[in-house]
Each structure stands twice: as C-alpha cells, then as structure tokens.
Write a protein that binds this ligand. Structure first.
Ligand code: PRX
Length: 621
C-alpha cells in the first residue's frame, strides 16, 4: 500500500475488488494516494482506460441488440426513439469523429447547452471517447450564466439546439448562445442540432448544423487511451460564496464508484428499465441517467419533458408505456404531482415498477408516504439517496430490498464510505444517536478532484473547515440504528426544487438593479419546492411603485442567473439588520421567514435593532 494513502487495508481491498470488475487498458500502480489535508487525493494512478469502452464496447458481444437508450419526447404524440448498444456505439463514434473534424483534441473542453435529446448523451460520450472534457450547462440558465461558465472553462466549441422543448415552452437556445458568446473570441465553433425548427441566425465560419456534418463522419472511432486521473468532465455548481464553481471529475475513480453504486443501490437486473428524470445538466443526469446505467449494460430512459405536461399523468403514462422498473426522481416532482391528487396514479397499475428512488433534497415524510403508497403501490422500496455534485455518486442510501426502510431517512452509508458527524469545533460525535455537521472521513474514488482553475478554493471550501475531513455543507442526525437523516444545508446555499442556489449569487444578481442598495437572500420552507427564495431589499428610490420594482428585480435575476433563481418573495425594507461591524444578520432574517420568532435571539446588540420589528410587520406570508 502506498504510504500517503488514507485507506485502511480493508477499504483498500474493497475498492480494488470493485475496480477489478471494470475494463482497463492497463491497471493501476497505486490504488489511492494523497489525503484531505493536502487536498491531493488521487485514485488508480498509473492506470489507463477509456470510459466509453466500459459503457459501450464491452457490452457489444452480449448486448449489441439490447436497448441501451429509450428516448421519450416532450410531446407524447411524437414517437419514442430507441438505441441499441450497437447503435449507441456507432452514434458515439460518429459524433466523436465530428468533434475531431472540428479540431477537438484530448484535454479540450466542449460545452453543451441543450435540451434533453439523445444527441446530448451521445455528445458527452463522444467527448469521453476522444479524451475531451465535457461541461454541460443546464438549458434553464441564462445567456449571462452560460457566458460566465464559458469564460471560466475556455470552451472553444459549444453544442446546442435551435430550440429546446420543455412542456408547452420552447427555449430559443441557439439565440441564447449567440447572446452569450458575443465578443467571446475564443469560441470557434457552434454546432446546432435541429429540434424545434425555431428561426435562428447562423454565423458563417462559426456555426454549423449537426445533421449536415454528421453524415460525412465515419462510423468507427477508436477510443483514446487516457490516464486514470485525466479529467472526464467539469460541472458547475453553486456554493455559499462567489460565482459557481466548476467541479472537476476524473475518469477512473468516477467510473468505479458510479458504476458500482448504480448496481448496488438499485439492485439492477439484466432486463430492468431504469428511468432517471433528472436533466443531464445536473450531476444526477451525468451519473445515473448516463454513466451508471451504461457502465452496467442497462437500459436507460431519457425524458425530454416535464412531469405535468401535457397532463399530470405523464410520468405514470411513461412508466406504463416503457415498462419502467426503476423510477429515480426528486421530491419536488413527487410533491408537485401529489398536489393533483392520488386518483391519477391510482388509475395506473404501474405493474412493472420494482424500485423507487429519491434524490436532490430531503424528502418529507408525507411525500415519502404518498410516493410509496400511490406510485409504488406499497410494494416498491424507496431508496432515498444522499449525495452531491462533489461526491460524484451516491454516498448514503438504502440498498433496494435489503435495507430496512425508514421514511425520510437516507439510512446507511454505502460500503467504502465512512461518514462522521462533527460539532462546531470539529469534534467527532461518537455516540450512535447524534446530530451535527456531516463530513466524510476517508477518500472515495468519485470525489471531485478540484475546482477548475482554482485549487485553493477547492481546498478552502471542503477541507479547511474540519481538519482531515471532507465537509459536505449538510447537517444530519443519526438514530439508534445508525440511520442518517439529512436535515439540509448548514451554509448559505438554498435547495430550490432540488437545485442548489447560492444566496450570495442571487444577492449579487439583485444588486445589479440600479435602484437596489442592498439585499439579503434566505431560504424559506416551500410546500412544493422544498425551499423557496425570500429576498429582502433596500431601495434608493422612494418613487418607484413596489410592484414595479419587484417585477424588475425578478426580471434582473432571470437575466443574470436564469428563471430557477427568481425570488418567490421580495420584501422591500428600510434597512437590513446589521451587526455593529456592518455585517448583515441573515440568521435573524431566516428565523423571521421560518416564522420562528421565539428563536430570533437578542437583537439589542444590533446596529439597528428597530428594523427587526418593521421587517416582521411587513413580512409576506
Ligand atoms: O443538501 C444536500 C441535497 O443536495 C445537495 C447536493 O446538491 P447537488 O450537488 O446539486 O446534487 C444533487 C443531486 C445529488 C446536498 O448537499 N441532497 C441531495 N440528496 C439528498 C439531499 N438532501 C437530503 N436527502 C437527499 N437524499
């Protein structure tokens, strides 16, 4: 064992056993090196591989004619599209050749800003085929957000749609790209996949239609051999401070944990049909819509639309149509469908279903029970999977059909994962029943390795709060069975509909409005979204009508970040509660929006204690 490894012999043996089930061009010289303190964790050094050989080529002998991908379009009257493993392999090779023809090489960053169609999945695999690094930007982000991510990642090529379908809306993705890249000289190529036939402008020498170019491309592309620690993708996510960070995942470690956790948690069998409803713009869509299922030779369902279009029966129709055995979705989706009543799912037998999954935010007990009763018909276990963009794969979750179920509990860590709870001082809570901040004690293969271009920030964010531990940013409780219940973020991050949004980011966006002097954003409990965004603002103009200002603020946030970050509630106040050193006391604002007035604490030491009463009076429910 390597000296700098943090792993015990047991963990070492466990992970090498798992890694041995994958296909390598060359195996590793050392299983794991580095540690959290030095922020230099690496896995499988010396190994060489290509992840697409594990996702595609190695299945061809036995599963060439097996369905790899089922694409269900937004419009239920449009035919579903199926790809066998053989067809997916050809499509990925072809797309890889297209990328090569546009000069994309190993190590280059390729940006995807698309709706959910097969070309998105094929495109990211095509990058992996040639060792290029994919970075998918969720199509719901604004052009300004896209621009920020492009500037950070330096992607020279963007792949987009003319427009994207989501429910009854068409998002003009190509013109949003045009806006995002205006005067960004490093962007050389924009590839446009036709989908909505929305009218678009094409810039000669920069913009190309995918369907024209792909016809010219050969059907085989050799897989480029990469090093274990070569980056596979960058994915941006929000933190408590600053702009979104580009988390970098590397090839071998990500593959090993994601492939294995998919198999273990969901207890997948050969003929199962797995449907993860997440968008590929988020980590769940990377790990358990794309890589996890394909690494296991499973059939994965990709859905272009939204849960309530054209009716709130759509999920249940898709399950029956494609005989889905595993449904993996977010509590927000469950709660939004619960709102339409249980009659709708009750009218579908959904006999094919075997396992239900939940991800992205804490699932409340009521939603858990509804999911269990009306969707799973009380016969399907629910796996409440806790993990993060940073962890790459599932960390704490029941094993379907094995772990005792406990509503709203993520239950037990997966083998190889060692969580601990710590108090504010970083002392480990040793008692079984405990609560505290959730940390992970030892490295696991799919831990993100860095923040693209800012390793110091990576170290500071995750490894500096508690010495020798990875800090998740979440709080949790542990019960007498050792079961974990995640209670939510303990930092300035809000989880809106399972999407992570940094309060600082929203404040910065609001402050771009010229009439705003200051703002403070906090999360509040929201019946459907889990958390909603509540913004307190001070304005330097008494004449503007509050309703006009509120509308403008919402539009500003939509423009700067995207519609998902628009505040649900905006309260205009005279001043924000501040300490004598001028720091905004968000803790007080949080208590106010949570209606927890008894716990506001002593306000007499504030610079402006009188404002608290005013804010409470003006609070919008
Ligand atoms: O707060 C936790 C919450 O989502 C955060 C991670 O968000 P993101 O990186 O966008 O990844 C979401 C998909 C994995 C976590 O810090 N979270 C995720 N899953 C759960 C959860 N909270 C409670 N229970 C979960 N099962």
């Amino acid at each position: 064992m390597n000296d700098s490894s943090m792993l015990s012999d047991e963990l070492h043996e466990y992970w090498s056993g798992i890694a041995n089930t994958f296909q390598w061009r060359k195996k590793w010289d050392s299983l794991q090196t580095g540690n959290f303190d030095e922020c230099n964790v690496q896995w499988f050094n010396g190994a060489r591989l290509n992840i697409t050989e594990n996702c595609l080529d190695r299945h061809l002998e036995k599963r060439r004619h097996k369905k790899a991908l089922i694409f269900e379009p937004n419009n239920p009257n449009e035919a579903a599209i199926f790809y066998t493993y053989g067809e997916l392999h050809l499509s990925v090779c072809r797309f890889a050749n297209l990328l090569k023809s546009k000069g994309v090489k190993k190590g280059d960053v390729v940006c995807f800003y698309m709706g959910m169609t097969p070309e998105l999945m094929i495109g990211i695999l095509a990058c992996a085929r040639i060792g290029a690094i994919h970075t998918v930007v969720f199509g719901g982000f604004s052009p300004q957000s896209l621009r920020g991510r492009l500037e950070d990642s330096n992607a020279k090529i963007i792949i987009t749609h003319d427009g994207g379908y989501r429910g009854d809306k068409v998002t003009p993705l190509k013109s949003m790209v045009d806006e995002a890249i205006e005067n960004l000289s490093f962007v050389e190529t924009v590839l446009v996949v036709k989908r909505t036939h929305t009218e678009i402008q094409m810039k000669q020498g920069r913009d190309y239609f995918y369907d024209v170019l792909i016809k010219e491309c050969e059907l085989f592309c050799p897989a480029v051999e990469v090093e274990a620690e070569d980056p596979l993708f960058i994915l941006y996510t929000s933190g408590s401070t600053g702009k979104p960070k580009g988390l970098v995942h590397t090839t071998a470690g990500y593959m090993v944990h994601v492939g294995n956790s998919f198999k273990d948690v969901f207890q997948i069998k050969e003929n199962d049909i797995f449907w993860c409803t997440a968008d590929i713009g988020w980590i769940t869509g990377h790990s358990y819509l794309t890589y996890g299922p394909l690494l296991n030779g499973s059939t994965t369902v990709m859905f272009e639309g939204v849960p309530n279009y054209p009716t709130p029966a759509r999920f249940w129709e898709v399950i029956e149509k494609h005989k889905v055995t595993h449904l993996y979705t977010a509590p927000t989706a469950i709660r939004s469908l619960e709102k339409f009543g249980s009659d709708i799912p009750e009218s579908f037998s959904m006999k094919s279903l075997k396992v239900l999954g939940s991800v992205g935010e804490p699932i409340n007990e009521e939603a858990w029970q509804w999911y269990h009763k009306y969707v799973g018909k009380e016969r399907c276990p629910i796996v409440d999977t806790w993990w993060q963009t940073e962890t790459g794969g599932i960390m704490i979750s029941p094993i379907a059909g094995v772990t005792k179920l406990k509503p709203a509990h993520a239950t037990l860590p997966l083998i190889g994962i060692v969580p601990v709870l710590v108090d504010e001082k970083g002392r480990e809570e040793n008692a079984m029943v405990a609560s505290g901040n959730l940390c992970i004690k030892y490295p696991w293969p799919s831990l993100a390795r860095t923040i693209y271009g800012d390793h110091e920030r990576f170290k500071l964010t995750y490894f500096s709060t508690y010495k020798g531990l990875y800090f998740t940013g979440d709080g949790a409780r542990r019960d007498e069975d050792g079961f974990y219940r995640i209670t939510g973020r303990v930092d300035d991050v809000i989880n809106v509909s399972g999407h992570r949004i940094g309060t600082a980011e929203v404040e910065e966006a609001i402050n771009e409005h010229l009439l705003i002097t200051e703002s403070a954003v906090v999360g509040f409990p929201h019946e459907i979204k889990g958390q909603g965004i509540y913004a307190f603002v001070t304005c330097n103009d008494d004449l503007i009508l509050p309703e006009v200002l509120i509308k403008e603020i919402r539009a500003t946030v939509e423009k700067v970040i995207g519609p998902i970050a628009k505040p649900d509630v905006i309260q205009i106040v005279h001043s924000l509660p501040k300490t004598r050193s001028g720091k905004i006391m968000r803790r007080i604002l949080r208590k106010i929006v949570e209606n927890d007035l008894g716990n506001i604490g002593d306000t007499s030491t504030l610079l402006n204690p009188e404002c608290v009463e005013d804010i409470i009076k003006g609070k919008k429910s």
